[in-house]
Design a protein around this ligand. Structure first.
Ligand SMILES: C[S@@+](CC[C@H](N)C(=O)[O-])C[C@H]1O[C@@H](n2cnc3c(N)ncnc32)[C@H](O)[C@@H]1O
Length: 212
């Protein structure tokens, strides 16, 4: 999703809206540094496990009803997708309480984060910004990305599509806004594509000086 190189992974990474995913656990096991934030981390593992069990079937059912919106190449069926997702959530749950004690899973919520300026080398946000364009306003997107740019030297967001697999109406305005603010903001193709057309990320980096 993010074209992560070995060099990228060596830096300190913020995963924003990481949810019940295994990225933090897997990177920590490799000795790498990832901090995940999400409002759901206010709950304990028992409650999160119950919630996962409750919504799991519903999420798969929704995917089954929208099968034509996805590319079934690397993942061949809804059942296989379910297994991959469940494996990932189980890894997350097994790591969660320990990770909380180690401050790797922190309660936090855009558009305002508790970290100091430039705390991270790279901030990643997958399936949150742009995807929920119907629910989250352009103003929320700009404030949130501005905040991610404050706490991190570079920000990557994936995908650039909304829930209906249309390009989010905010992408161009976000690029224009951050370019004017003196950032480099570029759309880049990535190798991962599951949601049809969802093979691009936005990379935003501090660069140059404001144009106004
Ligand atoms: C669809 S999930 C994506 C999880 C993961 N990043 C992935 O790609 O599989 C969206 C996540 O964003 C979290 N979230 C919702 N509002 C948020 C906010 N304002 N700031 C940070 N995370 C938020 C949700 O709790 C949820 O875990």
């Amino acid at each position: 999703m993010f074209s992560l190189s070995d060099e990228d992974l060596k830096g300190s990474i913020l995963g924003c809206g990481d949810g019940p995913a295994s990225f933090n656990d897997e990177m920590t096991q490799k000795g790498l540094s990832v901090v995940s934030i999400d409002p759901i981390y206010k709950f304990d593992s028992k409650l999160l496990e119950q919630r996962i069990d409750k919504v799991y079937g519903h999420v798969l059912e929704r995917t089954r009803l929208n099968m034509d919106k996805y590319i079934w190449k690397n993942i061949s069926s809804v059942e296989e997708l379910g297994k991959i997702r469940m494996d990932s959530m189980e890894k997350f749950l097994a790591d969660y309480e320990k990770g909380k004690l180690e401050n790797r899973y922190i309660v936090g919520e855009l558009p305002s984060l508790q970290f100091k300026d430039d705390s991270f080398d790279l901030a990643l946000a997958s399936h949150l910004l742009f995807l929920y364009s119907e629910q989250l306003s352009l103003d929320f997107h700009i404030k949130s990305i501005d905040e991610l740019c404050r706490v991190s030297k570079e920000v990557r967001i994936f995908p650039l599509l909304d829930m209906n697999s249309n390009r989010s109406p905010y992408v161009d305005e976000v690029i224009e806004y951050f370019t004017k603010e003196g950032y480099s903001a570029c759309e880049e193709k990535v190798n991962y594509e599951f949601q049809k057309g969802g093979n691009k990320m936005l990379r935003i980096k501090k660069n140059g000086s404001p144009q106004h």
